[in-house]
Design a protein around this ligand. Structure first.
Ligand code: ATP
Ligand code: SF4
Ligand code: MG
Length: 348
């Protein structure tokens, strides 16, 4: 059942700046071999008009986190709990976690208020329909407008995302476009309804460096133009440096450090973030495996007592780090910079 919470009932929603707020969000898979805690208690606030980058090694839960926010995680296999609070500009807050997964309300929000672009555009487009028809359909699903008007808007959007000869490309099938053009077409599809939030999961990983740079530039300019908020997942800290305002570092289903990009890059506090940055001294190449950190991400079924990073952490202290899970706490006098590490907590 859908729940609507007015701002006055929701103390955390009093700031009109917060667009999306996650509270103790979990996505668990109960498998024959045990529970996979893909997302394991994420608390996060995303402010309007900001670009948040989400980074972390493979398997840390980045994709599952954003799919859970959009409620496109493979439910019911994926068990979701916690709150996904969507704060609208009109002052209403809706908890997306409480909608039935196939509800019309959720379908209305997806695509219209929250748009998503994926790493591989072929998975978003049907091969048997033209690009133009598919984007037009996405628009007409949410707005009652004539086919003619919808087509005009789609051609205009194809032009805005930098597709040359948009009227001709409107009639193209996905396989007729290059990788970069398909990616632009997918951005056009995600933006056609001018969503408040754009979620992008590795949108440039499959592209070469030149195309990547132009796609990032495009995303940034559309973000300013449409006053959008963006959540972007990437393996590549260079992408974060070029595009994002804030960054959240994920490890084993949880956020271990979060804050403005400049602070995290200049003064990383969590040993995991420090290792991520050390692994990419010139912030140029994407990381797949961290040479500078011993070991690897534990298997999905391993539940470790204490700090999940302890087995790989050079700073771990026996009986402290393995006794309890550290909380994500603000660093004193560092504004919005938060870190989850016992060794960074203020001694009182
Ligand atoms: N359908 C599923 N059933 C069980 N476990 C799953 C399922 N889908 C994902 N997982 C697990 O959830 C965890 C998080 O996966 P996720 O895809 O979110 O990672 P990621 O950070 O996006 O990794 P990558 O950088 O490789 O894309 C992984 O351990 C993965 O194996
Ligand atoms: S809490 Fe301990 S194990 Fe975890 S990151 Fe901090 S120092 Fe390392
Ligand atoms: Mg992923």
């Amino acid at each position: 059942m859908m729940t609507q919470i007015m701002n006055q009932n929701s103390p955390a929603a009093t700031s009109t700046d917060v667009l999306l707020e996650l509270r103790d969000l979990k996505t668990h898979f109960h498998t024959h071999d045990g529970i996979v805690r893909a997302v394991d208690g994420v608390n996060l606030k995303l402010n309007r008009g900001r670009i948040l980058g989400i980074v972390g090694e493979s398997g840390c839960g980045k994709t599952m986190l954003t799919r859970t926010v959009m409620r496109i995680a493979p439910e019911p296999a994926a068990k979701i709990s916690g709150d996904i609070l969507w704060h609208r500009p009109d002052g209403q807050t809706t908890n997306l976690a409480q909608y039935p997964v196939h509800s019309k309300s959720l379908r209305n929000i997806r695509g219209k208020e929250i748009g998503m672009i994926f790493q591989e555009p072929m998975s978003s487009f049907s091969p048997i329909h033209t690009i133009g028809n598919q984007i037009t359909e996405a628009l007409r699903t949410h707005y009652r407008i004539s086919k003619k008007e919808a087509k005009e808007r789609v051609i205009n959007m194809l032009y805005q995302v930098g597709i040359p000869k948009p009227s001709e490309r409107y009639e193209a099938y996905p396989f007729e476009l290059s990788g970069g053009m398909r990616q632009r077409a997918m951005i056009a599809m995600a933006l056609i309804c001018e969503p408040t939030l754009l979620i992008a999961d590795e949108p440039t990983t499959a592209l070469d460096v030149t195309v990547e740079a132009s796609i990032l530039k495009l995303m940034k300019s559309l973000q300013v133009q449409l006053n959008m908020t963006i959540m972007i997942i990437t393996h590549d800290l260079g992408v974060i440096a070029k595009l994002a305002d804030d960054v959240a570092v994920m490890y084993l289903g949880n956020i271990v450090e979060q804050g403005p990009v400049s602070q995290i890059f200049d003064n990383p506090q969590h040993p995991y973030t420090q290792a991520l940055l050390t692994s990419m001294p010139r912030i140029k190449t994407a990381f797949k495996r961290l040479e500078t950190i011993q070991g690897s991400v534990p298997g999905p079924y391993e539940v470790l007592p204490g700090c999940p990073f302890a087995p790989r952490c050079a700073e771990a202290v026996d009986h402290i780090c393995t006794a309890a899970m550290p909380a994500l706490l603000p660093i004193p006098d560092a504004g919005e910079h938060l870190v989850r590490c016992f060794m960074r907590e203020e001694v009182v």
